[in-house]
Design a protein around this ligand. Structure first.
Ligand code: UDP
Length: 327
């Protein structure tokens, strides 16, 4: 299959591109490089520089003729979305609408979209099924539910075959591809940076949540397991219509548990300081992954938090510094 991976120079998009190539697909990565990295783009992928907000440029790339598009390009920081909501809607919603237009015009009928657990806001029940009400508590989640809805209507109108994958917290690394953001806001890389001596202490955002140890609980999924789910989703897009799957392990870990696991894996002390809650953060997000297991046959191969932290740690030590220097 000839696949267009939009946002394929970023953390998740690059790992999925690698898996697609390994499975024998042809891959073209499109990225505006605002968050992506040259080193992350797999050697065997073609590359197009394009910003999803540029309707004409995007349409030109899509018109080259692809069997499917995997769309990762988005702004994804909850805190930033709270302070800059319009920028989030312009890129995440505007960019996706440009893509849907370009796909219809270019005759491309298969789409896999990166959605998020943030669409559920503060869930009524844990683990969260796909049928849970979508009430995002921040502009990031709101921008993603807007796109999920647009895809649903477009699929009904045009016969598009689409899958939205609602990611929970992605972690770990895959060979040369790993997580490097500037600034880094995600928990696991932030903790590991302290272990590497970059920063004095990790901040624990909120210790007064209604959880057993008072810190927020998230469902972490290994990036390789996430990538495997994308390949299954891609196969499922052969059928017209829009399907939505949560993508997590079904197990939650608190911020303190993550810090403790990182101490174990690295053998470093990793000082932690208690800080106020971060705006927009829900207390608990844990996926029910029953649907993707039952319908697509997805089975995670690396569900242990220790494996995710350990893979991220290995990557940071082997590739991290060199990768940061190349940027
Ligand atoms: N978090 C934290 N300290 C940090 C970064 C994150 O306590 O330096 C918390 C954050 O408030 C959330 C959890 O860790 O409860 C996971 O945050 P992350 O940014 O990794 O992912 P998110 O759940 O926001 O997508």
């Amino acid at each position: 299959m000839r696949a267009l991976v939009i946002g394929g120079a970023g953390y998740i998009g690059s790992v999925v591109s690698k898996h697609l190539l390994e499975a024998g697909h042809r891959v073209t990565v499109a990225d505006d490089m605002s968050k992506g990295h040259d080193w992350a783009v797999p050697d065997d992928a073609e590359f197009r520089a394009v910003d999803v907000r540029d309707q004409e440029a995007l349409a030109e790339v899509v018109a080259e003729g692809f069997d499917a598009v995997l769309h990762f390009a988005a702004l994804s920081l909850v805190g930033e979305s709270v302070t800059e909501p319009v920028r989030y809607f312009k890129t995440n919603v505007g960019g996706s609408l440009n893509l849907l237009d370009a796909m219809r015009a270019g005759g491309c009928r298969r789409l896999v979209f990166s959605s998020t657990a943030a669409v559920y806001g503060e869930p009524e029940a844990i683990p969260i099924p796909e049928s849970a009400p979508t009430r995002p508590t921040n502009p990031y989640g709101a921008s993603k539910i807007a796109v999920d809805m647009a895809i649903g209507y477009e699929a009904a109108a045009s016969g598009l075959g689409a899958v939205s994958l609602r990611y929970f917290n992605v972690a770990g690394a895959s060979g040369r591809q790993g997580e490097l953001h500037d600034p880094e806001t995600h928990l696991i890389p932030s903790v590991l940076k302290v272990a590497l001596g970059e920063g004095d202490a990790v901040r624990i955002f909120g210790t007064d949540y209604p959880t057993p140890d008072g810190t927020a609980i998230r469902d972490y999924i290994h990036v390789d397991d996430l990538a495997r789910a994308h390949l299954l989703a891609l196969e499922a897009t052969v059928e017209p219509g829009h399907r939505i799957f949560n993508l997590g392990n079904g197990t939650g870990f608190s911020v303190r548990e993550v810090v403790d696991t990182a101490r174990l894996v690295t053998g470093c002390q990793i000082p932690a300081v208690e800080s106020p809650r971060r705006p927009g953060d829900p207390p608990v997000l844990v996926a029910s992954s029953d649907r993707i297991r039952a319908e697509l046959g997805w089975v995670p191969q690396k569900p242990a938090l220790e494996d995710m932290v350990s893979d991220a740690w290995q990557w940071m030590r082997v590739h991290g510094r060199a990768a940061a220097l190349q940027d």
